[in-house]
Design a protein around this ligand. Sequence first.
Ligand SMILES: [Zn+2]
Length: 457
Amino acid sequence: MSLLVKGGTIVTATDRYSGDVFVDGETIATIGTALTMPADRVIDAAGKYVLPGGIDVHTHLDMPFGGTTSADDFESGTIAAAHGGTTTVVDFAIQYHGQTLHHAWETWMKKAEGKAAIDYGFHMIITELTGQVEQEMDALVRQGLTSFKLFMAYPGVFMLDDASIFRALLRTGKNGGTICMHAENGGVIDVLVKKALAEGNTAPKYHALTRPARAEAEATHRAIALAEIAGVPIYIVHLSAAEALEMVTEARDRGLPAYAETCPQYLFLSYDNYEEPGFEGAKYVMSPPLRPKETQDRLWRGLAFNDLQAISTDHCPFCMKEQKTLGEGDFSRIPNGAPGIETRMSLVYDGGVRPGRISLNRFVELTSTAPAKIFGLFPRKGTIAPGSDADLVVFDPNRKQRLSVNTLHMKVDYNPYEGREVTGVTDTVISRGRVVIEGGKFTGRAGGGAFLKRASR
Ligand SMILES: [Zn+2]
């Protein structure tokens, strides 16, 4: 099967030019102008951008949490991702107490097999670090699972102590893996949550009020300090607070390899959403929580000046019906998470590139190229080049879409951006040479995605 994408404006993290892309099988074969080779299919991209497929390195598909499971599985979640122009996800496998990392890996591979419609990888969440587990980390890195996520929050469930965190960091200095950190001070938050509930403060907004920005900043600072002592890089996931960004900026100014991602929800939503009437605030219960509106400008600045390197989604949808309602009368029982896998590219283009907050090249870098580089997928993914996987998005910068639960494809009963109009929409999506989205329809197949072995540092 061959494909010729003709007449578009090809955009990478560094370039922008008019050209054609010839795809032979699963990879890009030739890039040029006025290419005339015969192809099984020709896609007209005139007036449109041709972008490398989006890479979302923070998703939670089919994930058990708080007595329920995230609403999208690997089939519905990756199809929704494809609709939005994302062709690679890196999800999280979870080691529960008493389990081996390999058991966790097998469990999550089974969840994805035969279901994922686009390519996927896993970060490994470590919740218990024994000597045995340290050896398993080495084995996983050798087998292409090269990043690990640790938690400084959720005591008793996910949280690791500083000694374990430090040992894991040291281990990546030897095996070439990368540590991703959920940076919030879980001990402090736990005390604040218990206090709020004891005082009868049970509404959704108390989820945010018991997770102060300083608790995120403190943990971000501590995570970076531990990585500095261990002499290894660190990647902070879903950074939300301006105070936490200051910690990353300060470290980077000192030349430390500290990296961080933020997510669209922190760029487009704010604490005000928790003040919506009744139980509506539960839609936005996620950790870290949404921050004051002024934070948005600070985060955009961080993205523009490379103090933040990536935009991922932390897609972790729970329906309002029967899932979020578990926390009616007790905010601490509301499942943490919100949908976003499908809306990332359009939101960031519309709210970032169109008003001039970030350049078009920077948009590609934040949503595809930088995550590919940080997580060992580049140059197979994250750019448009001969030999790279033919993961391409034909993106119409002028088409408008109204975001709504009624038209989006995520398997959840609300959308946090309901009614918002965006300009800049995915047209055609190609995943390893196969057209998976065309004319607003999914044309790929469940199970068409492949597990990606990633490189170590
Ligand atoms: Zn997450």
